[in-house]
Design a protein around this ligand. Sequence first.
Ligand SMILES: N[C@@H](CCC(=O)N[C@@H](CS)C(=O)NCC(=O)O)C(=O)O
Length: 212
Amino acid sequence: MTKPTLWHCHNSRSLRALWALEEMGMDYDLVELPFPPRVFQKDFLSINSLGTVPYFVDGETHMTESSGICHYLVERYQRYDFGLQVDHAEFGDYLNWLYHSDATLTFPQTIYLRYTFLEPAERKLPQAAEDYANWYIARLRRLNAHMENREFLCDNRFTIADIAVGYALYFGELNGFSERYTPQVKDYLARLKARPAFVKSVSIGTESSFLK
Ligand SMILES: N[C@@H](CCC(=O)N[C@@H](CS)C(=O)NCC(=O)O)C(=O)O
């Protein structure tokens, strides 16, 4: 059987997939790219026409969605030690956190990042950046309530839902939002960041970082 390959940029959303591979102790190949790859590594577009990371290949499977890759790894390799099966009472909740992590908690932050840091001075949009920062903090309301009496999101144990949401919180920290996190969310993020698999994954590729 061939090994999966992951294309990764330091601190980007491919960290979700890398962290999951490390938690699962899987054998994989890693291709590190400078950020953004479509500018600094143009030949990457011939591999992934979107030019985004993560890009993940496992045999005939090609994927571009970070939370989807984590979900794939659980299902494809039957790693329910990191996921929930369909007959579990919290299965819907688990899927909801997986989707929520990127569509609701990460996307608004990318608008902030773009119009604060990535665009040239004449295209920066402070109003859009501030609005989307506030949007992100407001969308944490559900997580804030959920984490009041919990250590992890689902089933009282660490799963890929924690990886998916944990990355959004970590990205928020890099963007300077963590002072606005509630105490329970700050503690939750600290717990996730202390995991050896996170510490290892986040240390990979610092030279070509898009957010240090
Ligand atoms: N929804 C996708 C988004 C992938 C994505 O946009 N990744 C960003 C990095 S966090 C990227 O590669 N941006 C480079 C670009 O847009 O050129 C996911 O969750 O993986």
